[in-house]
Structure formats: structure tokens, C-alpha cells
Design a protein around this ligand. Structure first.
Ligand SMILES: [Fe+2]
Length: 341
């Protein structure tokens, strides 16, 4: 009798805890590793237009993938969004995304920015480039990522830690281009050229640049846009002393990392998820990512803000983003081997 009551209590508790994600409600449940205000504004506008409620859960992308694995077919999530192509790769490998057949949607973005079998599609792109101090570095001294290994940069390079997904994906692209051995040699020399042990985020690298700790920094373009727009006078002052150089323009092009989105394997609201994906790829939404977050659009014909126009056009490394993930284990091995903290 006693255990019967306990069972009843547990059963009731479980029912209360079970989220309502039967697919009966007009909603779409989003698990997102992105943490930007513009995303939430766009979700609200999507709801206003379509009547489809967007329920958003934000967390670290790896945590969200783990959560999808644990929840299995009971998950409420319909759409997974992340700011790193390595996490898109992992999501596919772990089986938490489904392949969708939606040619009209996938054709909106170039081939290199979507999964060849429909598991995910790009949302925005960020170029990971070389920032330099305008007074201390002549951009004529810069050329490629590879050249950052030269002796002339000894003690002058700023870059964040190897924990950063952005660096992991960059080094994966170096492996793709130059093989494991080439990328290892490069990473050894780059680590020797660092101005200080890696610390802080990309904005901190640019602050350290202006503080005179180093002369060049590896950063994502959009952070410079954010510093320019910052209300903080100090940050604004930093931005005015930093130039951006897009490397490898004579060769494969500058490395870009992709934010992307994919329908989850056990989505209950697949059509709503696809509708939201299409909405986020509309010209207006793509323009908002550029104007509010300084991210590059993944679709054609989108107007850019003045600051991004001032950075100029550049050649992009067009390796298919889905291939980069193959090289992530090599990249992690290289970080350990060369002692890139
Ligand atoms: Fe970021």
C-alpha cells in the first residue's frame, strides 16, 4: 500500500514535470547556443506574423546536444541553433538532427554553407581574421594565417585559448589546408609567437592590442563592430585604433565560421521549425543580423552597415563547413601537443 502511494506520487510528479510538447500546440521549441538580442527580437516578430509561439532555451551548444541525447524521443526541441560549425558537426554525428528534404529552403544559401544531406543550414557567418594596431603595424606586413608563424611576430600575437570553439574550428581549417603535420608546425610557431598566455575573449585581445601587449590579434570580425558601437567610451577608443586584415586573399581565402540551424531528430513541430528557418533567412532578418550584430549574411543581396562595408569585400575559404568538423579531433590533438592553453 505504502509503495502504491509512492508510485502514485511519482507518477503525478512526472506528469507535472512533463513538458507539453505533443505537437498539438502551435509552437516551435528552440534550443539555441546563440546569445544575442537580435535573435530574440526576430523570434518575437516571427510569432507576431505567424501566430506560432517560439519557446527558447539558451545554453552552451555542447550542453544542448547532451540534453537532446538524454531526452531522446521525449524532447520538446524542434530546432537546434548554434554559433559554431564544429557543434553542427557533432550534432549530426550524435544523431540529434534530422535530414530534411526542403530544396527551396536549402537553395537560399550557397552550397558550402549548408549540409549536403539537409541536416543543417547556415544562419550567419563570422570571419576569423587578423586585427592589427593601426599605428604599429603596416597591413603590408600581413599576408596569411600561415605567416603568423614567422619570426617577425615573436612575442607580438594575441589570441584566446584553445577552449574557444572559434579557435578549434580555425585550426581545423588549417589541418584541412595544410595537413596535420603542417598545421602542427604552424601551431608550434604561433604559440611561440604569442605575446602572453591566452586569456580572455576576442574583445580582450583587441583591448590588449591597444594596451600595447601585442601588435596583432586573431579575432572574429563582429566583435570589432560591437566595440565600435559600444556605449563604453573606453571600448570605442579601442575600436578606433584597430584595423582588420583578411588573410589568405591570394590563396584559399579567409576562414569563416558559421552559425547554423537544423531540425531535431524527434521534432514534434517540424513544419513550424522549417517555417522559422525560412523566416530567419529572409532578407530582412539577414540584414538585422548584419546591422545589429555585425555578422555576415548567408544569403545574397543583403545590405551591410557602413562599418562592415569599410572592411571591404573579401575572398572566403569555401571549404564545405560540414567537412571542417572532420578535422576537429586533429585540432584538439594539436592544441595539446603544442601547449596552446
Ligand atoms: Fe562570439
Amino acid at each position: 500500500m505504502k509503495s502504491g502511494i509512492r508510485f502514485l506520487v511519482i507518477a503525478v510528479t512526472c506528469t507535472l514535470l512533463l513538458p507539453s510538447c505533443s505537437g498539438d500546440v502551435n509552437e516551435v521549441n528552440v534550443y539555441s547556443g546563440r546569445h544575442y538580442r537580435v535573435d530574440e527580437e526576430l523570434f518575437r516578430e516571427f510569432t507576431e506574423r505567424t501566430g506560432i509561439r517560439v519557446n527558447l532555451i539558451k545554453a552552451d551548444s555542447d550542453q544542448l546536444i547532451n540534453r537532446l541525447l538524454v531526452e531522446g524521443r521525449n524532447t520538446c526541441a524542434d530546432l537546434f541553433i548554434t554559433a559554431d560549425v564544429g557543434r553542427l558537426y557533432r550534432a549530426v554525428e550524435d544523431g540529434v538532427l534530422m535530414s530534411v528534404d526542403a530544396p527551396e529552403l536549402f537553395q537560399l544559401v550557397p552550397e558550402n554553407l549548408r549540409h549536403p544531406d539537409g541536416y543543417w543550414i547556415g544562419l550567419t557567418a563570422r570571419a576569423r581574421v587578423i586585427a592589427y594596431h593601426l599605428a604599429r603595424v603596416d597591413p603590408g606586413e600581413l599576408d596569411s594565417y600561415e605567416d603568423l608563424a614567422l619570426d617577425q611576430w615573436r612575442g607580438r600575437i594575441l589570441v584566446r585559448s584553445s577552449q574557444s570553439h572559434y579557435n578549434q574550428t580555425l585550426v581545423a581549417s588549417m589541418v584541412a589546408a595544410n595537413g596535420v603535420e603542417g598545421a602542427t608546425d604552424w601551431a608550434v610557431a604561433l604559440t611561440a609567437n604569442m605575446a602572453q598566455p591566452p586569456r580572455g575573449n576576442d574583445r580582450d585581445q583587441m583591448k590588449a592590442l591597444v594596451a600595447g601587449i601585442g601588435d596583432v590579434a586573431i579575432v572574429n570580425t563582429y566583435y570589432l563592430g560591437l566595440l565600435h558601437r559600444s556605449d563604453n567610451e573606453e571600448e570605442h577608443r579601442v575600436a578606433e585604433q584597430v584595423g582588420l586584415f583578411f588573410p589568405n586573399q591570394k590563396g584559399r581565402g579567409a576562414h569563416i565560421n558559421l552559425s547554423g540551424m537544423g531540425v531535431t531528430t524527434h521534432a514534434k513541430n517540424k513544419q513550424n521549425a522549417l517555417q522559422l528557418m525560412a523566416f530567419l533567412l529572409e532578407k530582412d532578418a539577414q540584414q538585422r543580423f548584419a546591422f545589429e550584430n555585425f555578422e555576415y549574411p548567408v544569403t545574397e543581396g543583403v545590405e551591410l552597415p557602413e562599418i562592415m562595408k569599410s572592411w571591404g569585400d573579401f575572398k572566403v575559404d569555401t571549404i564545405n563547413a560540414s567537412r571542417l568538423g572532420n578535422y576537429l579531433p586533429d585540432a584538439m590533438m594539436i592544441f595539446n601537443k603544442v601547449g596552446w592553453q
